[in-house]
Design a protein around this ligand. Structure first.
Ligand code: AMP
Ligand code: ZN
Length: 113
């Protein structure tokens, strides 16, 4: 499949991987918008939030838990951080493989849109 994040999962495209387990991997965003900008993704290709099923709930829990652990490891847990899931074109999603952004290490804007 021609999906950049699937290629990171298989190792076809290199990435700075910080965490992985049998379900998810986390790596640094190639174009960081904050001192800490990580992406947490499922290994399996799920196109977007809108395509999650109820059976995927533990997977999403795993992604959030990993993000919280990584925030601690990156030293941004105390200061605060943001988890972002963009869904679809108007939601600002560019890569059609589910991913959660972890942003921290600077004061983030209150404006979300
Ligand atoms: P989104 O707009 O939510 O789809 O965000 C996609 C994110 O993926 C952007 O922040 C990109 O900088 C990031 N990205 C795209 N290609 C790569 C890559 N090869 N390695 C790491 N991050 C990437
Ligand atoms: Zn994919």
């Amino acid at each position: 499949m021609d999906c950049v994040f699937c290629k990171i999962v298989t190792g076809e495209i290199p990435a700075d991987i910080l965490y992985q387990d049998d379900e998810i991997i986390a790596f640094r965003d190639i174009n960081p918008l904050a001192p800490t900008h990580l992406l947490i993704i499922p290994r399996k290709h799920i196109p977007s939030l809108a395509r999650l099923s109820e059976a995927d709930s533990p997977l999403v829990g795993n992604m959030v838990n990993a993000a919280n652990q990584l925030a601690k490891r990156e030293g941004v847990a105390e200061g605060g951080y943001r988890l972002v899931l963009n869904c679809g074109k108007q939601g600002g999603q560019l890569v059609p493989h589910l991913h959660m952004h972890l942003l921290g290490g600077r004061q983030l804007s209150n404006a979300l849109g």
